[in-house]
Design a binder for this molecule. Structure first.
Ligand code: SAH
Length: 512
């Protein structure tokens, strides 16, 4: 384990390698024969580098004579030593070997496998600084990609000639967690074999090798316990794990969920084939070791793909769903349904979405990309009617069940692509006052944006997990007659580089 993640670490073990073959230290000028014309560094070269920022996935951005080097683990305002690993025409990658001048925000990552895992990217940065960086990252995207003018930022109109003469967007401080650990309610653990023994944990950064792991500091402890029990049971019964290289072996992933409010747990075994040897004993062992387990399911995935789930899911024992509760609403969650992974922050996120929808009880609302109907049901308590659309059929089954269970009658759900279903609703004469969208990372389909602009709702609430596609889509909506009023970043994934946002937009002819 390298010591360079430590606060103010000035590890000495790498010093000798910084010397040139003649034994002389290179100067910080970093002049060495470049093997790409115009690139001031060469692969293998040791460099000293100032870090000027973080990429969207939390890597340090170093600059050497105008050339960009991405350096994992380095923080803004630091000076680091690094070994150049690869170079390209416009940027290269380097491995940090020493922090020469640490940032005031540098912390030692508490997780022992932080360097190899890659699941978290920001544990070495103070949590308050993480929250600040996340807001800034959102602002940067809104300005650069969205060409929006952000309150408190230099006015783009003069700088980049953006046509808009509208007032600035308010970007709030990121809503963080008071206790930003042990938050995840779902673990998705790849399984494999190592020296004839079943192992499970995570893919080593940048490889397909599985590393055995039993503890993850952002995971709820109940999930760790469940995964451990499943691995032990499979070992005991000699059930094989899948080998991605040969396509042989049975257990591919174990996916576990824990509903904090009800204590219910779910286990999903993703298998390379239908038959599980000793299935009954396996179920019995899991039930015996895992308190609160109410659902043990199997999902079959025989395809040579990194996608976790296949199409076929069946119940091995117990229920087909577990129940969780957010703000007094109960939610059924089935194996393949999307459900936000950080329950405390989800409540914050949904409340903001409802706030920005500014409902009086009279409105018709569309919730596109609705998953298991979570936001739809939150909205339905304050609206006349809500229409939800989602691509995964099981999620819509969950959504309908959720409406029933909570006695919320004024919602209607449809299975399909939002960009196909919305125009259909439009043709049926449904005229939404508010549209809420919560798309996956790639953002909204252009057909959906077009359809939204044709439907002309008074307000649009955009929930996004990717600031760059968010900024792209906000620009399209702005050009179509909407104004971005405010943006609320919410930290759904502490210690990772991910940031979620809720955005309130208003049609420009509507007075607030
Ligand atoms: N709003 C929900 C789900 C958000 S995640 C919640 O907060 O829980 C995004 C959802 O979009 C996923 O459920 C995914 O299955 C769905 N999805 C992805 N592409 C889609 C498309 N083209 N049309 C409709 N839904 C889609």
């Amino acid at each position: 384990m390298s010591g360079w993640k430590g606060k103010g670490s000035r590890s000495s073990h790498t010093h000798s390698s910084h010397k040139s073959p003649t034994g002389q230290r290179r100067t910080t000028g970093n002049r060495a024969p470049a093997n790409i014309v115009g690139v001031p560094v060469a692969a293998g070269q040791q460099v000293t580098c100032d870090i000027i920022g973080l990429t969207h996935d939390g890597e340090g951005v170093g600059r050497i004579e105008g050339y960009t080097l991405f350096i994992r683990g380095a923080l803004p305002e630091e000076k680091v030593r690094a070994e150049v690993m690869s170079i390209g025409k416009s940027f290269g990658r380097a491995r940090m070997t020493e922090v020469l001048v640490p940032s005031a925000g540098r912390r030692s990552a508490p997780c022992p496998i932080y360097d190899t895992c890659g699941g978290c990217q920001l544990q070495h940065l103070d949590y308050m600084e993480q929250l600040r960086w996340k807001r800034q990252h959102v602002v940067d995207n809104l300005v650069r990609i969205g060409k929006l003018s952000v309150a408190g930022e230099p006015d783009l109109q003069n700088k980049e000639g953006a046509a808009s003469s509208r007032s600035s967007v308010l970007v709030h401080s990121t809503i963080g967690m008071s206790e930003p650990w042990r938050y995840r309610n779902k673990a998705q653990v790849p399984l494999g074999m190592s020296a004839g023994r079943l192992i499970g944990g995570f893919y080593e950064q940048g490889s397909n090798d599985i590393v055995e792991m039993d503890a993850c500091l952002i995971q709820q402890e109940e999930n760790e316990e469940t995964v451990r029990a499943v691995k032990q049971a499979a070992r005991l019964l000699d059930i094989s794990a899948y080998n991605r290289a040969t396509g042989r072996g049975l257990l591919r992933h174990v996916v576990v969920r824990h509903a904090k409010t009800t204590g219910q747990r779910m286990v999903v075994l993703v298998t390379n084939g239908r038959d599980i040897p000793h299935a009954l004993e396996l179920v019995a062992l899991i039930r015996e070791k895992v308190s609160g387990v109410v659902s043990i399911c199997q999902n079959v995935n025989t395809a040579a793909t990194p996608v976790v789930f296949g199409e076929e899911t069946k119940v091995l024992w117990g229920e087909d769903v577990i129940y969780d509760e957010i703000d007094g609403i109960q939610f059924a969650i089935s194996p393949r349904s999307f459900f936000q992974v950080n329950p405390d922050q989800t409540e914050q996120l949904y409340r903001k979405a409802v706030e920005y929808a500014a409902l009086t009880g009279e409105e018709t609302v569309i919730d596109a990309y609705c998953g298991a109907g979570t936001i739809s049901l939150f909205l339905a308590r304050h609206a006349a009617r809500v229409y939800g659309v989602e691509i995964i059929p099981e999620a819509i089954e969950d959504a309908r069940r959720n409406a029933r269970v909570n006695s919320i009658p004024n919602v209607e759900f449809a299975v399909g692509e939002a960009e196909v279903v919305m125009p259909r609703w439009q043709a049926q004469g449904i005229t939404p006052d508010v549209i809420v969208v919560d798309p996956p990372r790639k953002g909204c389909d252009i057909a959906l944006i077009t359809s939204m602009l044709e439907l002309q709702p008074k307000r649009i609430v955009y929930v996004s997990c990717n600031p760059s596609t968010l900024a792209r889509d906000l620009r399209l909506l702005e050009d179509g007659g909407y104004r971005t009023v405010e943006v609320q970043p919410v930290d759904m994934f502490p210690h990772t580089a991910h940031v979620e946002c809720v955005v309130g937009m208003q049609r420009i002819d509507v007075t607030p």
